[in-house]
Design a protein around this ligand. Structure first.
Ligand SMILES: [Zn+2]
Length: 193
């Protein structure tokens, strides 16, 4: 990615983020975190190698999030959703190897999550939720609070001087699979994934 600083960092408790990461972990990918950390980056990327290993995964036919997974390690590399307006993509900080801002400080320190959303979806079966270190006023049951609602408009509508390509152009040329999972369905209770 050409810009090494994310636009925003959040924690999301929603069933879809978790279900995808659970699926990826069952396939041999990184262990699903109790609450995923999401970061949002400029939609300007260069694929250097390994494109033949990439696939787009949808949780269900009508799913709006497209998640790019590498089949060698089941890391989730990028997520696109119409809401991101084509100017950014999301990634799961625990779902792949991410770049650090500083050599000895983890991103949890250098770019802490500013809010925690979709707390209503959190199920205790996931484990003990880690403490939220940000402003307690920014813990939300869903994402529909005024400042989160408007945050997309804080980002520029277009990217200036892109150096690479967009996630949409990559997603368009790699194979796509649809998992056909019900919303909130627990992967570990299913034998066939
Ligand atoms: Zn989510």
């Amino acid at each position: 990615m050409s810009n090494g600083i994310p636009r925003r960092v959040l924690e999301c408790c929603c069933v879809d983020c978790y279900q995808h990461l659970e699926w990826a972990s069952v396939k041999g990918g990184p262990r699903a975190p109790i609450i995923p950390t999401l970061s949002y980056w400029d939609n300007d990327i260069v694929v250097e190698k390994g494109e033949d290993l990439l696939q787009v995964v949808l949780l269900r036919k009508k799913g709006r999030s497209l998640r790019l997974v590498s089949k060698c390690c089941y890391s989730t590399l990028m997520v696109d959703h119409p809401f991101y307006n084509g100017v950014m993509f999301m990634l799961f900080e625990e779902g792949c190897m991410i770049q650090w801002d500083e050599m000895l400080k983890s991103p949890y320190e250098t770019r802490p999550a500013e809010s925690r959303i979709f707390v209503k979806d959190f199920e205790s079966a996931r484990g003990n939720p880690p403490k939220f270190h940000g402003d307690p006023k920014k813990i939300h049951q869903t994402c529909c609070t005024p400042y989160v609602k408007n945050w997309n408009s804080l980002t520029s509508p277009t990217l200036e001087n892109p150096k690479g390509e967009t996630c949409q152009s990559i997603f368009a040329r790699v194979p796509k699979i649809i998992l056909g999972l019900e919303e909130g369905e627990n992967i570990f209770q299913l034998g066939n994934y």
